[in-house]
Design a protein around this ligand. Structure first.
Ligand code: KIV
Ligand code: ZN
Length: 521
């Protein structure tokens, strides 16, 4: 019998939406999210695994630290394009390309100027004609280095539409291949944003020569909904961040936006290149590095996003998972913690596991981390990936003015808590004792006295890294002095020690931040 002709594959007519990740630029600008160069590289490597289309690695003219980070990311990361932000001035653009050129044709210059009346009048103090001329000049300068030029009309949503269209047309004619229409202040609502993008599609004659990008802030909680409305009107690049971090209320959350397209492919004819099983690891890595966790009920990556508590829900789940689950935990990379190593594991297995987790440590740091791992494995029956993250985060720190030595505490329901703390300050051991309202208070007071810090402890949180009473406690503190706010983290099976580590970590970060500022870096 003749075989039936193979059915013709249905043409995939879904449209690609490019994901431009700005965790390392807009995200990093937000208070408490600042990262050092090593941390930025780790995030960039994770973004590479996540398969984002563009990584905005920083704002090269902002500081030498930002410049070096963009340069290192451009030199190291393969795959995604690497963008660097710059204002519309020659100096900014030249500096950005200086850092980006290492990515070759994957290097993207992202230049911007504000176009709304309010920004032009009060911030720039420039007439619209001058703003238009600066935008065109900037794009031409950028295009002299690379054809990969993005131009942003800052505060586009509050810009008069005819002027917005005029600027967009002029920058495309000058060589911009992506035009970004940001909602800088998180002011728009979905139907209005849809209409703005539609207006540009209808009133900019050369609009098809560039990709329309959107960049939404979350001041009214609409950044994801607005981004969705924009792609329905024709935008084809969405700028977002892991965990939605960013200026003020943050940016469009990458994981939420991507999972909407994946989950509602039945009515949304779009797709992204994102490896969605890397969403949870990306979210966790960012949390580990910044110390800023996501709320438990956060969509997609919150601790409760896949937890079913109510009896009726659990019953439904047992019968058929799709009764209450619209996406699987596996699809976003949420698997039960994997038991990886135990006290019999050797250095080789330990090093290999760290490599698999994306760590690239020198021998000295591996050795220090391995010693910590052995101590932990003796105390704890099971050592999980999350424990390894915490160990490495503690041990991989550089440039430490303060080093924690020993702590002894006495406390109890009848005793006044006392802590004796020994630190090394620039290599010199110092020691003191303090009383406190509980052992943590006494310990932190002793550290405060020894370091003579004027920083204020703004926040103290304690949680456990994995389950069980032998779990490591993880402490996060937020410390502020003047304009500087930093987050410190520490982990240990002993929460007093974890608290001391977190506080010392924060004071070291504050010190290196203040040092960088005073050196003009
Ligand atoms: O929010 C904004 O307008 C920005 C631009 C610089 C793209 O971050
Ligand atoms: Zn922004």
């Amino acid at each position: 019998m003749a075989k039936a002709p193979a059915k013709k594959q249905k043409q995939d007519d879904r449209q690609i939406i490019r994901i431009f990740d700005t965790t390392l630029r807009d995200g990093e600008q937000a208070p408490g999210n600042s990262m050092n160069i090593e941390e930025k590289l780790r995030i960039a490597k994770q973004l590479q695994k996540l398969n984002v289309d563009v990584i905005e690695a920083g704002f090269p003219i902002a500081s030498d630290g930002d410049f070096e980070a963009v340069k290192l990311v451009a030199q190291t990361i393969k795959g995604p394009q690497i963008a660097g932000l710059c204002r519309s001035s020659e100096k900014d653009i030249d500096r950005a390309w200086e850092a980006l050129k290492y990515a070759g044709e994957r290097g993207r210059i992202h230049t911007f100027i504000a176009t709304s009346d309010i920004h032009m009048k009060y911030k720039l103090q420039m007439e619209p004609a001058k703003v238009l001329a600066s935008a065109v000049k900037a794009v031409k300068r950028a295009a002299s280095y690379t054809p990969n030029v993005e131009f942003s009309c800052e505060d586009a949503v509050r810009t008069r539409l005819p002027f917005l269209a005029e600027v967009v047309e002029a920058v495309i004619a000058a060589g911009a291949t992506t035009v970004n229409i940001p909602d800088t202040v998180g002011y728009t609502v979905p139907f209005e944003y849809f209409n703005i993008i539609t207006y540009l599609k209808q009133n900019v004659p050369n609009i098809d020569k560039a990709i329309i990008s959107v960049h939404c802030h979350n001041d009214l909680g609409l950044s994801v909904a607005n981004s969705l409305a924009a792609i329905q009107a024709g935008a084809r690049q969405v700028e977002c961040t892991i965990n939605g971090i960013g200026e003020r209320a943050g940016n469009c959350s990458l994981e939420e936006f991507v999972m909407i397209l994946k989950t509602r492919g039945d009515i949304l004819p779009f797709y992204t290149n994102i490896a969605t099983e890397q969403l949870t690891p990306s979210s966790r890595l960012l949390t580990t590095i910044t110390g800023i966790g996501v709320q438990p009920n956060k969509s997609v990556v919150g601790a409760n996003a896949f937890a079913h508590e109510a009896g009726i829900h659990q019953h439904g789940m047992l019968m058929e998972k799709t009764t209450y689950e619209i996406m699987t935990p596996e699809s976003v990379g949420l698997n039960a913690s994997a038991l990886v190593l135990g006290k019999h594991s050797g250095r080789h297995a330990f090093k290999k596991r760290l490599e698999e987790l994306g760590y690239d440590l020198d021998d000295e740091k591996i050795n220090r981390s391995f010693d910590r791992f052995k101590t932990l494995a003796d105390l704890k029956k099971e050592v999980f990936d999350e424990d390894l993250d915490a160990i490495v985060a503690d041990e991989a720190r550089e440039d430490e003015k303060f080093k924690l030595g020993h702590i002894t505490v006495t406390c109890g329901s009848f005793a006044v808590a006392t802590a004796t703390v020994q630190l090394e300050i620039n290599g010199t051991p110092v020691r003191t004792a303090e009383l406190g309202d509980g052992p943590v208070d006494a310990t932190l007071k002793a550290i405060k006295k020894l370091t003579k810090t004027k920083a204020k402890l703004m926040q103290y949180n304690v949680g456990s890294i994995t389950g069980g009473t032998d779990a490591q406690g993880e402490v996060t503190v937020r410390v502020a002095e003047g304009h500087h706010i930093v987050v410190g983290k520490g982990s240990s099976t002993d929460i007093i020690e974890a608290s001391a580590k977190a506080y010392v970590h924060a004071l070291n970060r504050l010190h290196s931040r203040q040092k960088r500022v005073s050196e003009g870096v």
